[in-house]
Ligand binder design. Structure first.
Ligand SMILES: [Zn+2]
Length: 166
């Protein structure tokens, strides 16, 4: 029997709604198809590795309780409980919902050495990760609003698992 977890077209990602790792198909589309599905701004950031101007995005100053999903494939990426005010003008998180859900790549563009963060399921560009965040982890995920879709939690004092509106 073939081990399904070894299939390169599938990936194990964490679902905040079930609290479990789930084996799902990777999302691979042509640039034309992404361009059709996304707004011009979303496409430029998420598929062309663009960066939205500081303080211009939808979520940098959002403090609502909820979940941030990938704009391209809907993968759970960040939760409001990891969000903090970095003052940079981009949504900033101390950690993703699960390390399986993001990918890391060395980015040597613009004469800097940075670590790019992508969606593990569809390779969308999300932003970069730095090591100047709040303790104890000190990681700062500097993420473009354009790559995210916010799903508010319904009502107050809900359990983490209820944050998912699916
Ligand atoms: Zn994605």
């Amino acid at each position: 029997m073939k081990d399904p977890s070894k299939d390169p077209s599938r990936i194990c990602i964490f679902s905040l709604s079930t609290g479990k790792l789930e084996l799902v198909d990777r999302v691979v589309l042509s640039q034309e198809e992404w361009q059709r599905r996304l707004s011009a701004g979303q496409y430029r950031v998420a598929r062309m590795k663009g960066t939205e101007p500081a303080f211009s995005g939808e979520y940098h100053d959002l403090h609502d309780v909820g979940l941030y999903r990938c704009i391209c494939c809907g993968t759970d990426l960040f939760a409001s409980y990891s969000k903090f005010d970095s003052g940079t003008g981009w949504p900033s998180f101390s950690a993703p919902v699960h390390m399986n859900n993001v990918g890391f790549h060395e980015d040597r563009s613009f004469g800097m050495v940075r670590t790019e963060v992508t969606c593990a399921r569809c390779d969308a560009h999300l932003g970069h990760v730095f090591d100047d965040g709040p303790p104890p982890a000190k990681t700062r995920y500097c993420i473009n609003s354009a790559s995210l879709s916010f799903v508010p939690a319904h009502g107050k004092n809900r359990e983490k698992g209820d944050m998912d509106g699916r």
